[in-house]
Design a protein around this ligand. Structure first.
Ligand code: R5P
Length: 305
C-alpha cells in the first residue's frame, strides 16, 4: 500500500502514515505563477493500492482540485485502486436544494470524485447521514465521538452534574450516540432557526433542561456539534445556557472550519474550553488559548487497515 498527502493537512497524513508504519510517498506539487497546479507521482506504483489524504476545507475549491489531480496522477501511473481519505468533506452542507434555482454542489463534487477514479471514500462526521447514499462507490463514514467520549471520561465529566447539548435539532442523532457511549448521559437540544439567505441565526431556545438525582439543575453542559464554522451556533448557544443558569460549558466539535473571526469569538465566548479534532489543519493564527485539538489519526489508520 502507498499513502500520499495533499497539501491541506499534511500533519494528519503524516500521523496516519506513522500509525500504519508506512512512509508518505512523495508527490511533486508545483504551483505555477498563475496559481494553477501540476501534480506528479514520483514512485513506481503499478498495481498498488493507494491512499490519498486530503481535507477539503478552506480553500475548498483549491483543495478539491488538488485532490482530483492527485487521484488522476495516481490512476495514470497504474495504481490498482485509490482510496480518498477526506477527513472533512467540503460542500457537504450543500447536499440538496434549499431554494428553487440552486445548484446541488455536493452532487457535483461526488460526480467529479467518481469520474477521476476514486474507488473508495473514507470520511468523518458528515453533516447528514444520508450523504453516503449519494455516492456510487463504497463510503466509510465514521465518527470522532469515541475520541470525545474518551476525553470526557478523562476529565471526569461523566458525572450526575453534567449533560450533553445539541445546538440544533439536526444534531440529536449525534448526541444520542455520545450519550450511549457515556452510560446514557442525559441530553437536551436547542431549537435553532437560520435565515437561508444570510445564514444568520434567527431563533435559539431550549425548553427542557435535565435535572440531577436530587432534582436540582445540572451545572455542567457539554455542547456537541459536527463543525464550527463562523461560531454563530455555539457562541450564542453558550450564552443561552448561561442565561438558563448553567455554571460551566465545554464545546466539542469534530471539524474546526473556523471561518471569519470564529477563533476570536470562541476565545471570548462563555465556553471554558473548545475541543476539536485535527480533521482540518488549524494554522497558528487560528489557534487560541481555550482550544484543545484531539487527534483522529489512529481511528483513520484503523479504517484504512
Ligand atoms: C448546522 O446545522 C451544523 O451542525 C453546525 O452547527 C453549523 O454548520 C456550524 O456553523 P456556524 O459555526 O457557522 O454556526
Amino acid at each position: 500500500m502507498k499513502i500520499f498527502s495533499g497539501t491541506a493537512n499534511k500533519d494528519l497524513a503524516q500521523k496516519i502514515a506513522d500509525a500504519l508504519h508506512i512512509p508518505l510517498s512523495p508527490l511533486e506539487i508545483y504551483v505555477f505563477p498563475d496559481e494553477e497546479k501540476r501534480v506528479r507521482v514520483i514512485d513506481k506504483i503499478i498495481d498498488e493500492d493507494c491512499v490519498v489524504v486530503q481535507s477539503t476545507s478552506t480553500p475548498a475549491d483549491q483543495n478539491y482540485m488538488e485532490l482530483f489531480f492527485i487521484v488522476d496522477a495516481i490512476k495514470r501511473s497504474g495504481a490498482k485502486s485509490v482510496t480518498a481519505v477526506v477527513p472533512y468533506l467540503g460542500y457537504q452542507r450543500q447536499d440538496h436544494i434549499f431554494r428553487d434555482g440552486e445548484a446541488v454542489s455536493l452532487e457535483v463534487i461526488i460526480e467529479t470524485l467518481e469520474a477521476v477514479g476514486v474507488n473508495r471514500l473514507i470520511t468523518l462526521d458528515l453533516h447528514s447521514i444520508k450523504i453516503p447514499e449519494l455516492f456510487h462507490i463504497p463510503v466509510t463514514h465514521f465518527s470522532a465521538l469515541p475520541v470525545f467520549a474518551q476525553e470526557i471520561k478523562r476529565a471526569k465529566w461523566n458525572d450526575d452534574n453534567t449533560f450533553l447539548v445539541s445546538p440544533d435539532m439536526g444534531g440529536i442523532r449525534r448526541i444520542k450516540k455520545l450519550s450511549e457511549m457515556l452510560s446514557d448521559m442525559p441530553f437536551a437540544a436547542i431549537e435553532k432557526d437560520r435565515d437561508l439567505i444570510t445564514g444568520k441565526i434567527t431563533k435559539m431556545e431550549i425548553s427542557v433542561l435535565p435535572k440531577n438525582k436530587d432534582g436540582k439543575a445540572k451545572k455542567r453542559a457539554l455542547i456537541v456539534d459536527d463543525m464550527i464554522s463562523s461560531g454563530n451556533t455555539v457562541v450564542p448557544a453558550c450564552e443561552l445556557l448561561i442565561k438558563k443558569g448553567i455554571g460551566e460549558i465545554f464545546v466539542f466539535a469534530t471539524h474546526a472550519v473556523f471561518s471569519l473571526n470564529a477563533p476570536e469569538l470562541l476565545e471570548k465566548s462563555l465556553a471554558k474550553k473548545v475541543f476539536v479534532t485535527d480533521t482540518i489543519n488549524i494554522p497558528k493564527e487560528k489557534r487560541f488559548e481555550k482550544l484543545k485539538v484531539l487527534s483522529v489519526a489512529d481511528m483513520i489508520a484503523k479504517e484504512i487497515r
